[in-house]
Ligand binder design. Structure first.
Ligand SMILES: *Cc1c(COP(=O)(O)O)cnc(C)c1O
Length: 382
């Protein structure tokens, strides 16, 4: 019998069988009526999940593609932008803006720190910028920041707010319109429970105005071409039709559960994961509070390389966790709990970590993690 595999990373994430079944349907033509109906429904559901009245643009591409689209459509070469980063993905904003010739002011924190809105406001007061780029859920560290103060300070300084919500959308609260977020960049392969390949961006009226004057070259990720196509349900390029069918089902499931109920589930999964890891005697790297509802990061115990732990988990137990990225390589491992997850996924991950750590010779507390996780999941209402 083939070994059972458990995908427990913060992206890609497992897709529900209903989503996979929709993707397995015969391919439809993207200019025919079958697709148009599906496309319209999916775009409408996206607006509900983003909580916006604005158009949500849908591209075939990875999450980074939609980040690049934000830079290409908002910036002209030489424009000053402020990037606030505290991890691997925040730094990606700086790399992309730099590649497009923007004048990047980089407010860079040590990975794992929580960026401060006051610092960002001070930077913008010193040096004006056309846009502020930041990260809602920094998947490399497990830190989820509150986007609201950043959006507000950007607005007060006359800058657009652009947020990477690739791992947060659908997992933790995000109010595109109510919080005044100009651009929300996301992807479908994380909390939206769809196999990789769809990139998403919501664009506010102010961001549309900016994009009309921004001169960076763009074609595939040109927002205006995509908006025009979506307005008549006639995409400018072939969309990933089968993935759109899957995403539409996934969004339906999420909206049926209710966004608030989904957010609560993620908080409880985070609690279960943290309590289980601590019960083993491990030290958390991500914050030990309910903001850590996307991914839980823990330090590997003394003498254990976290990369080795992740490999052993995969090879011996079929469990895929995420290692540390960049400067956290070898030091931390990450358990994703977004999308199609329940508490038994957490207990499976914890049980496997416990076995693997024992095998690696670490001194961990045996037999308590699963119980503590289940208790933490049940115990207190959110
Ligand atoms: C996954 C992720 C990305 C990158 O998405 P890709 O689809 O791999 O391009 C960017 N930012 C955050 C916060 C992520 O979690």
């Amino acid at each position: 019998m083939p070994e059972k595999r458990y995908l427990m990373t913060p992206g890609p994430t497992p897709a529900p069988p209903e989503v996979l079944a929709a993707i397995a349907q015969p391919v439809v033509h993207h200019r025919g009526p079958d697709f148009k109906q599906l496309y319209a429904e999916c775009l409408e559901r996206l607006r509900q999940v983003f909580r916006t009245e604005s158009e949500v643009l849908l591209f075939g591409g990875s999450g980074t593609g939609t980040m690049e689209s934000a830079v290409a459509n908002l910036c002209s070469p030489g424009d000053r932008v402020l990037v606030v980063s505290a991890g691997y993905f925040g730094e990606r904003w700086a790399s992309i803006a730099d590649a497009y010739g923007a004048d990047v002011d980089h407010l860079r924190y040590v990975w794992g720190e929580i960026p401060s809105a006051e610092d960002a406001a001070a930077r913008l007061a010193e040096r004006e910028a056309v846009a502020l780029f930041f990260t809602h859920s920094e998947t490399s560290t497990g830190v989820v920041s509150d986007p609201q103060p950043f959006a507000q300070l950007a607005r007060e300084a006359g800058a657009l707010s652009v947020v990477d919500a690739i791992s947060s959308l659908g997992a933790v609260p995000l109010e595109t319109d109510a919080w005044g977020l100009d651009v929300v960049a996301s992807g479908a392969q994380k909390a939206l429970m769809t196999p990789p390949g769809i990139a998403l961006a919501s664009v506010s009226p102010a961001a549309w105005e900016r994009s009309a004057i921004a001169t960076s070259p763009r074609f595939y990720f040109d927002w205006e071409r995509t908006r025009k196509g979506q307005a008549t349900l006639d995409a400018p390029v072939t969309p990933p039709v089968s993935l759109v069918a899957g995403l539409n089902v996934a969004l339906g499931m999420l909206l049926d559960e209710g966004l608030e109920a989904a957010f609560e589930r993620h908080v409880r999964l985070g609690r279960a994961c943290r309590e289980g890891l601590k019960a083993m005697g491990l030290e958390l790297f991500s914050p030990d509070d309910d903001s850590s509802a996307v991914v839980t990061a823990a330090r590997a115990p003394e003498g254990v390389d976290s990369g080795e732990l992740v490999l052993l988990l995969r090879d011996r137990h079929g469990v895929t966790l995420a290692p540390g990225q960049g400067e956290l390589k070898g030091k931390i491992f990450r358990i994703g709990h977004i999308g199609y997850y329940d508490v038994f996924d957490i207990t499976t991950a914890l049980a496997a970590v416990e076995l693997a750590l024992i095998e690696l010779g670490a001194d961990v507390e045996r037999g308590t993690a699963v119980t503590r996780a289940l208790e933490a999941f049940e115990r207190t209402p959110v």
